[in-house]
Design a protein around this ligand. Structure first.
Ligand code: HEC
Length: 94
């Protein structure tokens, strides 16, 4: 297991308890560990879906420089990224 995956696994186990009723798609709860409300990394909830998909794509391809997200984004395919982005976009309407 790579350190990034181990980190994701640890985060997935510990977060997401306070997420909305809608069940997050696989992987989404792991994002919240770093992208929770008030986080310096930026809140994902309520962001436009296309923006999140685009950012993940840019991180995955290396088009956008990153310290962590490049490795994290590589763990998700286009469809998974789409599902995660759609879920976070929907979280804005609280
Ligand atoms: C271990 C902490 C961590 C986790 C987990 C994490 N991120 Fe990030 N994220 C960051 C950091 C740090 C940045 C800033 C870019 C960088 O240095 O990698 C960032 C940046 C981003 C950005 C760009 C934000 C902006 O303001 O433009 C998006 C979108 C994003 N992450 C989405 C996600 C998604 C979706 C997931 C779950 C699949 C996720 N992140 C999981 C730490 C994390």
């Amino acid at each position: 297991m790579t350190p990034a995956l181990a980190l994701l696994a640890a985060l997935a186990g510990g977060t997401g308890a306070c997420a909305a009723e809608m069940r997050p798609p696989p992987g989404a709860s792991s994002c919240s560990g770093c992208h929770a409300e008030g986080s310096a990394m930026g809140v994902l909830a309520g962001r436009p879906e296309a923006e999140i998909v685009g950012a993940l794509e840019a991180f995955r391809t290396g088009a956008r420089p990153a310290t962590l997200m490049n490795r994290i984004a590589k763990g998700f395919g286009a469809q998974e990224s789409q599902a995660i982005a759609a879920w976070f976009a929907a979280q804005g309407s609280r």
